[in-house]
Structure formats: structure tokens, C-alpha cells
Design a protein around this ligand. Structure first.
Ligand code: ADP
Ligand code: MG
Ligand code: MG
Length: 875
């Protein structure tokens, strides 16, 4: 096969084979842009390298030699020829861009002889030796494994000894001496002399780039971005151009639009008299790109034109690397620029207006997963921040919470309802439960790829790492920033996008949809066939979900209405009652309250359908904690004269013990409650119909959909349906209003999915409750699984994802498909939807569309995501 492709070879241009960098270098060469010539060794060669036990096989070597010869002919230079040496860069480039994760070597081909050739040809010995020492350092670091630190340390010492303050002060003679020392460092640390033979250098470098595919940071990056491990990297061999030849030379990076806001203006930086990696290495502070206009007007003009051309060609915002050699512009790389969600939306919408792409392209341009960034509360832009200290911005998001220093403590306090921020020197996998429980994580050690950073990003939690300005004392439970002491449970606010840490609370703003975002969503709605509803339990959430464009409520849970502090005593009274009459006494009090709840929600949804689920959790969830009660009872027993109180508590304790379950998830809950205590469901249904009657009276068209939870057998639904119908008749007679309603069920038990044909005969709709369906299909209890083993399952590739976040299409999904198919078989007009958390996840939404569900329902903040993902599924 063919493993090596010249940049102007027209036979292939796919990223899969050439990697992103190679494919684009080829494409730019072919459209006539000034790209230094070269060739690409394919990702297949990388796969072959690994398959043959880390060896470049003979036939690939031959192809590389042949391509090198073409490169030599085209440039008129020869690798290793002292009279006119060819110098090349050896650059990694995988299918998906992994900026800075793998290795690159510049100035390859230099040795003690060729460096003299370069010095003579350019009449610039200083430049020649500067390039040579850069090469030795880079090659040794990347290929020979000699840490760059040793070279930097030597250079620093040299500076001190000679009273230099910056590199440009060093002469050719200085660099020559340093080169000698560098070679000695190499010999000392690698036990071998630095390789002089340029061919040997070349093949060693190619091998090192292949190897860098599996270095630690590349592996972490791939895992984080879900890039498969088997793809491999391509290697680009490209003739060098030099930005370090003097003041008429330089190097830089630019985006064709602002990657954080999306504004249409060139955004970038450059350095005069510097080589590529200097800009990113941060040794010198680069200049903003706009100043290039004065410094090199001709180059600037040409660059601006090139940028426009590249954007038009690729029809997307580009991230471009360039170098200027003695007034001549070269383009060294272009790729689709990474951007924030805000920028992604603005660019997509403006490119439609500019006629570069169409609406469908725009919809596909924005990754729904990114929208999260826009839909969380964030620090008010107008607030003037007073920083306590700054760390590395490891995971975006703003959070306020009380400082804790221990994972167990974080978990314990969060269970008490406190918002905490976990502050640790560093985190380990043992701290996972604490991270889950915290609003955010701060560490004083470790970088952007540290454990805390990786985990926090994975969970979408704000995180600041490597915050070296804080001194943590876990024993005393405090941290210090200089003189300032922050104690256990003090409140701080962090901004994970900037690394800012502030004392106390700071003003936050609620998310809103920008003009461009709304535009994009309207275009998405035009394409979308899948309905989007929200899960909302109260009028505020209903309101929010309407603002975000929900077309109804797919799940209104009623248990939260029971949890209200004013009502909980009445609810407890009902639970404690030993007779029907006793329960009724409490229920009668609850009825008007529930009626008000439903009026609020139905009114908020202005005629859109609302699916109301009758009471689902086991009754003991409404009673106090057993251990606490025991303590209270014991205390009361010690105090005399408090008999009444004691009796009450003892009764409560007895009831709690009586209701205690071995496995509440599979216990007395859902429709099992309605069947044993029909009066509870009757009260709820009455409240719904009274509310409906009230609103109908006011001229509103309401459509309650009454949903029976946890049905596993058709007879359960049959009985509950009858209860609803009887109650409806009763209320209609009483109020004289004709009310529209439907009755359906959640499909959240495997048996329900398996017998969906029977169940559908009693149901007007199915709502797949994929949270519980995932629990019951896997046999996982979610709280236990997520805290104890799921993370490991995903890390060890036993499961591709956490099935509670991403629907398990092969297993749980099959039950959904079966449920839809069987259900439609016996009831062709049955309405189907999903109301688990998966309803707000991109790939699960796509699955729902393919499976033919009528709608997805998700949390209000996920509605925009679902509108976009729903449209993408259609396109
Ligand atoms: P990365 O993937 O880390 O960005 P690159 O392969 O793009 O690595 O190389 C980094 C930098 O090295 C480039 O931005 C460019 O400035 C410089 N560079 C690479 N190849 C050449 C070349 N042939 N001539 C001059 N500079 C080069
Ligand atoms: Mg690059
Ligand atoms: Mg459920």
C-alpha cells in the first residue's frame, strides 16, 4: 500500500489517512497558498508501526526515502549536504486535533557540518547556531528523553555568568559554546552521543512522533474528548522556514474570528524574530496581531487575505499558524478553531447571514453538549471582582460554597443540604464521592490534566487546579493566602473559567438566551420533528421551560408538593393514621393545596399538555430519619413532664420502623401505593380535575395527562385507570364542566416493556422513565453504583459511559424500542415520550428520534439543548 503522500499528491486528502494537519497542509498547497513543501506519512504507517512491534517496516522506509528525494529536488537542497543543507520539521498530526498533546521537532538535519553551511548561506552565523541549539534541545527532549529542564538550567546559568538578561543578547560565539555544553548534557543523561547523521535523526524523530501517540497526556486528552485510541497519528515532514532570521522575520498564531465571543475580527498574537514554539511557550510576551499592520504592512495585508480565503474555503472559523521569513509569509497550519459555546453560536448564525453556510449547516455546527456553558448561572459581568487568589482554570463554571477539606465531610455536609467546595492539596480516586457532593473543587497542586481537573470536567463541575498561592493545612482545617486565613465552612466563590477565587458570595446572573442563540433555535425548530417538553414540578420551572421553548411538561412530579414544610405535618398525619377515616381527614386538608399547585402549573403552560405523575416514592420518605427519632425519643424519656411529646414521637418511631424497607427502590411505591391506599390517588386526581375545571372556567384550554407510575402488570393500570375515570365523572358532574384528559403510564420496569402490548390497551400514552428503567434493567441501584463502581466501569471500558447519563441503547434502549413497537401494535394512536434524564442528552435524543418517540422531556435548562439535538437528529 501507499503510506507516504507529497503535499501536492492528489490521490488522497482524507483526514483519516493524513491526519488533520497533513490533510490541510496538502489542501492549502493545492489551492496555491505559500506552504513550505513536504510530505505526510499516513496514520496507517503508525498502525503498522505498532503492529510490527514498534518498527518502521522496510517498505515504508523506502517510501519515505523516495518522498525525501522529491522534497530535495523541489527545494534544491539535500538532507545532510553541508554546501546546501535541507532542514525539516517532523510534525505529528492526528485525525482529531490534539493541540500540544503530541510531539514536534524543528530544524532537523543540523549537525556540526551543516550548521556551518547554513551560517555561510545565510551570512548569519548567529541564526545558524541559535537554530542548532534549539534543535538539540527539542530533539533530545522529544526523541532521547532528556528533559528540557537540563538545557534551560544551563542556559540560565550562562545568562547569569555573562550578565545577559535575554536571549537576543547572545552572540554566535555564545551559542556555539552552549551547543558544546548541550551535547555534553545529552551524553550524560542519555549515555549516548547526540546523533550526527541527519537520516538517523529523521527516522528517530518519526518513531518518536509515533510513540508520542501513547504518551500520558495524549491518552488523557483522548479519553476526555472520547477520541478512539486506535486511530494513530500521521507524521508530516516539511522543509523549514525561519521566523528567527532577524527583525524582518517572525512567527504567530491567529484565529479568523474571536474564539471566545465569536466576533468577526482577526484575533491572534505574534513574535518578531522567533521560532514557532516561542509563542506558546510563553517565554516572551507576544504582540497582538493588529500591531503587525504597522510593523509589516505588506505581510499583514497578505495575511488578512489568506485568512479570508481559508475561511471561505473551509467555511468555518480557522486557527492559523504562520511564519514570516525575511518579509515572506508562510502558512504552516490551519484547522477549525476551537471556540466557546457563545462563539460557536454567533459564528454559525453570522455565517448564515454572510452567505457562507446554510441554516442546516449552522444547526450542525454547534455541539449541544457545549450549551451547558451558557445555561448555568454565572458571575455577573458587571461585578468588579476582588480576587483572593488565582489558580489554573481547569473546568469552567461559577460556584459558591462553604470550604471543606475532606471528601467524606463534603459528602456528609451536602447530604445535609449544604453547598460545599472541596479544597485539597490534590485529589485521588478515593475522593470521588466528595467531588460528586461538592459544588466545585480547588487544588493547590497539579495541572490541567490532574485527577481533580479530569474528573471535574467529566462531571461538568467547576474546578481550579494548581492554585499554588494557597497553603492548605488540612489538620487545622484552614488555608492561607499570605496573611489571610480561610477557615472550614467559610464561604468562597470560584470561577473555573478564569481560575479566580473570591471570598464570600458574589452576584450571579441567571442565564438568558442571546439573540443569536434564539435565532439558531428557531431554525432548529423548523427542522425538528421530535417534540421537546420539560420536567417541571412547580410554576417557576414551568415558566422557565416555556421561556426556553418547551412544548409542554413531560413529567410533573407530585411528591415535591408533599415535601413543602407547611404540608409535611399533614402528610405525616395522613401516614400515621391507622384508618381510612383518619387518612381522609388529612387528605381533605391537602386537596385544596394540591389544587392550587396544579392551577399554577397548568396555567403556566398555557394550554400545552402537562403530564402529571401521581405519588411515586415510598411513604417513609416523608417521615423523619429513624436514627434521629431514636435520639429524640431517648432524650424525651429522660425528661419528665413531657409525656405528650414523647407519645407522639414514639408513635412516629413505630410507624417509621413499620414502614422501613429492605430495598425501597423495589418496595411499596408507585402505583402500589395507589392500589393499597386508593384514597391518596383519588385526592390527587380530584385536585387535578378541580384545577382543570377552574381554568376551563377562565377560558383556558387545559390538557392534563394523568400518569400512573411503576406499572409492571396491566391489571395495575386497569384498576388505576378506573379510579381516574370514576373521579373524572364525579368532578364533571359536580362542576358541570366537560374536561379533556388522558391516562397513561410510565414504562420503567422491564416487565412493563415486555408486556407493552397488554398495557397499551389501557393507556393513552407511554412515558419511558429511563432512570428507573436503567436501574431495573441493569440491576444497579443508582446511588450505590455511581458512588462505588460505575466510574471504574467506565475507566476500564466495561461500559462505554455512565448509563444514567447516556442511554444504554443496546440494553435499556432495546426495551424502549420493544415498548414502542408492542404498544403501537395494540394501540396505534398511543403517544410516546421519554422523561428520564436521558431526554436531555445528545446521543439519547438521537436514539429517541430514530425509535420514533413523539417527544423527549428534560430539565428546563436542557430544553434548548434538546431543541438543537432534536433538529440535528432529523438532518
Ligand atoms: P502542534 O501540533 O503542537 O501545534 P506543530 O507541528 O504545529 O505542533 O508545530 C509547532 C510549531 O512549530 C508551528 O506552529 C510552527 O510555528 C513551527 N513549525 C512547524 N513546522 C515548521 C516549519 N516547517 N517551518 C517553520 N516552523 C515550523
Ligand atoms: Mg500547530
Ligand atoms: Mg420512576
Amino acid at each position: 500500500g501507499k503510506f507516504v503522500f507529497m503535499f501536492d499528491d492528489r490521490k488522497t486528502s482524507t483526514k483519516e489517512i493524513l491526519g488533520g494537519k497533513g490533510a490541510n497542509l496538502g489542501e492549502m498547497t493545492r489551492i496555491g497558498l505559500p506552504v513550505p513543501y513536504g510530505f505526510t506519512i499516513s496514520t496507517d504507517a503508525c498502525k503498522s508501526y505498532y503492529e510490527s512491534g514498534k518498527e518502521i517496516i522496510a517498505s515504508i522506509r523506502t517510501q519515505i526515502e523516495e518522498s525525501l528525494q522529491i522534497l530535495e529536488e523541489r527545494t534544491g537542497k539535500k538532507l545532510g549536504d553541508p554546501s546546501n543543507p535541507l532542514l525539516v520539521s517532523v510534525r505529528s498530526g492526528s485525525v482529531f486535533s490534539m493541540p500540544g498533546m503530541m510531539d514536534t521537532v524543528l530544524n532537523l538535519g543540523l549537525n556540526d557540518e551543516t550548521v556551518e553551511g547554513i551560517a555561510q548561506l545565510t551570512a548569519n552565523p548567529r541564526f545558524a547556531y541559535d537554530s542548532y541549539r534549539r534543535f538539540i534541545q527539542m530533539f533530545s527532549d522529544v526523541v532521547l528523553g532528556v528533559d528540557a529542564f537540563f538545557f534551560e538550567q544551563h542556559l540560565e546559568k550562562y545568562h547569569e555568568q555573562h550578565n545577559y538578561s535575554s536571549d537576543p543578547q547572545l552572540t554566535a560565539e555564545d551559542w556555539k559554546k552552549i551547543i558544546g555544553a548541550y551535547k555534553a548534557i545529552v551524553k550524560k543523561h542519555s549515555k549516548k552521543a547526540f546523533p550526527d547523521d541527519p537520516r538517523e535523526q529523521l527516522f528517530l524523530a518519526i518513531q518518536a512522533v509515533f510513540d508520542s501517540w501513547n504518551n500520558q497526556r495524549a491518552i488523557i486528552y483522548r479519553r476526555l474528548n472520547k477520541i478512539p485510541d486506535h486511530l494513530g497519528t500521521a507524521v508530516n515532514i516539511q522543509s523549514m522556514v525561519f521566523g528567527n532570521m532577524g527583525d524582518d522575520s517572525g512567527t504567530g498564531v491567529a484565529f479568523t474570528r474571536d474564539p471566545s465571543t465569536g466576533k468577526r475580527e482577526l484575533y491572534g498574537e505574534y513574535l518578531i524574530n522567533a521560532q514557532g514554539e516561542d509563542v506558546v511557550a510563553g517565554i516572551r510576551t507576544p504582540n497582538p496581531i493588529s500591531t503587525l499592520q504597522e510593523k509589516m504592512p505588506e505581510v499583514y495585508k497578505q495575511f488578512v487575505q489568506t485568512c479570508q480565503r481559508l475561511e471561505k474555503h473551509y467555511k468555518d472559523m480557522q486557527d492559523i499558524e504562520f511564519t514570516v521569513e525575511r518579509g515572506q509569509l508562510y502558512i504552516l497550519q490551519t484547522r477549525t478553531g476551537k471556540r466557546t459555546a457563545e462563539a460557536a453560536i454567533r459564528i454559525a448564525v453570522e455565517m448564515v447571514t454572510e452567505g457562507i453556510i446554510n441554516k442546516r449547516d449552522a444547526i450542525l455546527r454547534v455541539d449541544p453538549d457545549q450549551l451547558n456553558q451558557l445555561l448555568h448561572r454565572r458571575i455577573d459581568d458587571t461585578y468588579e471582582r476582588r480576587l483572593l487568589v488565582k489558580g489554573l482554570p481547569a473546568s469552567p463554571g461559577a460556584a459558591t460554597g462553604q470550604v471543606v477539606f475532606d471528601a467524606d465531610e463534603a459528602e456528609y455536609l451536602s447530604k445535609e443540604g449544604k453547598k460545599v467546595i472541596l479544597v485539597r492539596p490534590e485529589t485521588t480516586p478515593d475522593d470521588i464521592h466528595g467531588i460528586i457532593a461538592s459544588e466545585a473543587v480547588v487544588t493547590s497542586r497539579g495541572g490541567m490534566t490532574s485527577h481533580a481537573a479530569v474528573v471535574a470536567r467529566g462531571m461538568g463541575k467547576a474546578c481550579i487546579c494548581g492554585c499554588e498561592g494557597i497553603k492548605i493545612n488540612t489538620k487545622n482545617r484552614e488555608f492561607r493566602v499570605g496573611e489571610i486565613v480561610v477557615n472550614y465552612l467559610d464561604t468562597i466563590t470560584i470561577d473555573g473559567a478564569t481560575g479566580d477565587i473570591m471570598l464570600g458570595e458574589v452576584p450571579m446572573i441567571e442565564p438568558t438566551l442571546s439573540k443569536e442563540f434564539q435565532q439558531l433555535l428557531l431554525w432548529a425548530d423548523e427542522e425538528r420533528e421530535l417534540g421537546v417538553r420539560a420536567n417541571a414540578d412547580n410554576p417557576e420551572d414551568a415558566q422557565k421551560s416555556r421561556e426556553f421553548g418547551a412544548e409542554g411538561i413531560g413529567l410533573c412530579r407530585t411528591e415535591h408538593m408533599f415535601m413543602d414544610p407547611e404540608r409535611i405535618p399533614i402528610v405525616q398525619e395522613m401516614i400515621l393514621a391507622d384508618s381510612y377515616d383518619g387518612r381522609m381527614k388529612a387528605l381533605v386538608q391537602l386537596l385544596p393545596m394540591q389544587k392550587q399547585d396544579f392551577i399554577g402549573i397548568l396555567e403556566g403552560m398555557q394550554g400545552y399538555p402537562v403530564t402529571i405523575r401521581l405519588l411515586d416514592p415510598p411513604l417513609h420518605e416523608f417521615l423523619p430519619d429513624k436514627e434521629e427519632l431514636i435520639v429524640q425519643v431517648t432524650k424525651l424519656q429522660l425528661i419528665r413532664g413531657n409525656g405528650e411529646e414523647l407519645k407522639k414521637k414514639e408513635a412516629l418511631l413505630r410507624k417509621v420502623q413499620q414502614l422501613e424497607e429492605f430495598n425501597p427502590m423495589l418496595g411499596h411505591r408507585g402505583c402500589r401505593l395507589g392500589i393499597i391506599y386508593p384514597e391518596i390517588y383519588t385526592m390527587q386526581v380530584k385536585a387535578i380535575f378541580y384545577a382543570a375545571a377552574h381554568l376551563t372556567d377562565k377560558g383556558l384550554n387545559v390538557q392534563p395527562e394523568i400518569m400512573i407510575p411503576l406499572v409492571g402488570h396491566v391489571n395495575e393500570l386497569k384498576q388505576m385507570r378506573q379510579l381516574v375515570v370514576d373521579t373524572a365523572v364525579e368532578v364533571m358532574e359536580e362542576t358541570g364542566k366537560k374536561l379533556k384528559y388522558t391516562v397513561g403510564t410510565m414504562i420503567e420496569l422491564p416487565r412493563a416493556a415486555l408486556t407493552a402490548d397488554d398495557i397499551a390497551m389501557e393507556a393513552d400514552f407511554f412515558s419511558f422513565g429511563t432512570n428507573d428503567l436503567t436501574q431495573t434493567t441493569f440491576g444497579f441501584s443508582r446511588d450505590d453504583a455511581e458512588g462505588k463502581f460505575l466510574q471504574s466501569y467506565v475507566e476500564h471500558n466495561i461500559l462505554p459511559d455512565n448509563p444514567f447519563s447516556v442511554l444504554d441503547q443496546n440494553g435499556v434502549g432495546k426495551l424502549v424500542e420493544m415498548g414502542v413497537k408492542l404498544g403501537r401494535g395494540t394501540n396505534p394512536t398511543i403517544k410516546t415520550g421519554i422523561c428520564g434524564e436521558h431526554g436531555g442528552e445528545k446521543s439519547s435524543i438521537e436514539f429517541c428520534y430514530r425509535t420514533g418517540l413523539d417527544y423527549v422531556s428534560c430539565s428546563p435548562f436542557r430544553v434548548p439543548l434538546a431543541r438543537l439535538a432534536g433538529a440535528q437528529a432529523t438532518i
